[in-house]
Design a protein around this ligand. Sequence first.
Ligand code: ADP
Ligand code: MG
Length: 713
Amino acid sequence: MNPLDAILKPKSIAIVGASRREGSIGREILHQLVAFDFHGKLFPVNPKADFIHSIKAFPTVSAIPDPVDLAIIVVPREEVLGAVDDCGKKGVPGLVVITSGFSETGEEGKQLEAQLGERVRQYGMRMIGPNCMGVINTGPAIRMDATFAPTLPLPGRIAFMSQSGALGVAILNIARQLDLGFSYFVSLGNKTNVSGNELLEYWEDDADTDLILMYLESFGNAKRFMQICRRISKRKPLLVVKSGRTEAGARAATSHTGALAARQGLDVATGALLEQCGVIRVNTVEELFDLAMAFSKNPLPRGNRLAILTNAGGPAIMATDAAIAHGLSMAEFSERTRRELRRLLPPEGSIQNPVDMTPQSDRSKYDACARILLEDDGIDMLLVVFVPPMMISTMDIILGLEQFRHKYLKPVVGVIMATEEFFVEFNHQHPNHMALYIFPESAVSALAALERYRMWREKPVGELKRFEVRKGAAEELIQEVRRQGRLQLTVEESLRLIGYYGIPVPQSIPVANQEKLERLANELRYPVVLKAAAPDLVHKMDVGGVLVDLRGPEELLAAAQKMVESVARHRAGSQAADSLGFLVQEYVYGGREVILGMTHDRKYGPVVMFGLGGIYVETVTDVVFRLPPLTDLEAHEMIRQIRGYNLLRGVRGEPPVDLDALAEILQRFSQFADDLPEIAEIEINPLLVFPHRPDFCAVDARVRLCGEPNGDV
Ligand code: ADP
Ligand code: MG
């Protein structure tokens, strides 16, 4: 038996703090349990009443003669610990604490919550909440609605967890209007004992749940969340509205990676996390339901080829545009499909996709055309648009399609341009019909999500390679820098460090000053690049600190003089007078520039970035983020996802960059980010990439260590 069964499949429930006063939570929950016909025993607990809501009441939980599986606690905050003790003595295994006023209210509440958590743990109980709005299980053997939401839930196969109680009430209400039924609904509250992760695992094997919806504000243990979702999403779709922002790159200061992460709303880590574990993210609760409807009422498509059947031009064109924007393709009809459509449709109708049947089309036309399209093997999904004309009944059209659509095992959704009242009324009279939308865009985005999910399901799990690297040497270098009391590595040190992880770097010689450069000039192999080296120089190019393609000692020394003057002009105050150090590098000719970055997110740890690089990276902003470790497939995916991907593949007759080599460098970089928690931030910009692997070269890098050893994470 799962310990959460006591909470989600109880045979008997005590309502601690049940009340006679109408409108109070203690009375509404009891009422709701009765109204939904709980399939078990109810025990109101209240020291001041003999009976409540026509049910015999008990002064304490320990006074109840029968065993109690679940206690729902709604007493005032000050009495919660006492109630928990009472339950503990009785041996109640499950608790749902509705009462609020804990960590959500400040320091005092936080302490009380810590005590509550500790007490629950000591008794070996499991608890949902505090500060939640209750739990629902619609299964016929349980029928428990232990919430104070006024709407009774519809039974169904969707499990829902919500971190917001208030939103939970709205969700139950909307779901009912949309004819969406739940297997479970759980309001998580402050997640003091039972976490969202644990619930996910509970639903993973649950035979009554096909689809899992989440409204989340935080992930708790993000790594764990990721592992669990990676697994479950291959079996059941997971849809999430994630609100609240994280802090990746909040300390952006000194790198493009941090700045770009910050600019994209600090939320890149969440986006990366969800994408990498196959969770479908939506932005609004409305979108969540749009998708939930499509998922719960359709099989997955076999491909992305969409057919549209309509009685009016405008909405079909809107749907077509949306489909293209979402990466769906407009199906090409077979010869036979076209012939049959031609036979059925009036001459002014269109037998192209979208199929326009013209406004006088009735139920029999819709039925016949829809069948023809669903029979065509070149069509993976069907969108039916109906703009109700006066003389034709909308209900007729929908009920007609309902007769046969299941037979074809393809997604079919409807766009009915009617009022919201129509839908509420219709859902009430005819439950369990196909997914219906008012607007074409919502319908298409839901279909596109089905297709994206199919692709995720079928996508092979990539391989996580571990490369042989010189980790020990890297750690030693980091310790040496720390011993010198620094957090910032020089460019030369940074390059050396990534070199230990097999990322190709050019020969780089640090030179302390102009005098030493003069002595060295005759021994160099030209052409070279001269760079200004000083800890305060972040973007060297901006201050004239990079001069390339220097072909001999004379050019080099002239460049050095020019650089000293230029840097001095840009530097402020006392630093201006400091003598400037240099880095001499071999000159790497040609190549395309990419950037690899890593920054830390307070919650998720390292986040890696890849994109088009060079000095314009913040202007062009063509980057993607992921959480390490990266599989080979994820590395390739990152490369494909940037807008400039075609530049790497080669345009205008250029040869393509060696993408396998690039993907390997990304994986090595991810191993580096994961291996060395002391690194707060790293940026390689640019890595010069070429058609041939041996030419690859990272010419600039910056590494910064965490403020405190092992801190920052
Ligand atoms: P910063 O980013 O601090 O301005 P970089 O070292 O990245 O300085 O140099 C700026 C640009 O100069 C690079 O984007 C690249 O185009 C070019 N560059 C730098 N080093 C080399 C090199 N060794 N070979 C060829 N080009 C280089
Ligand atoms: Mg650079």
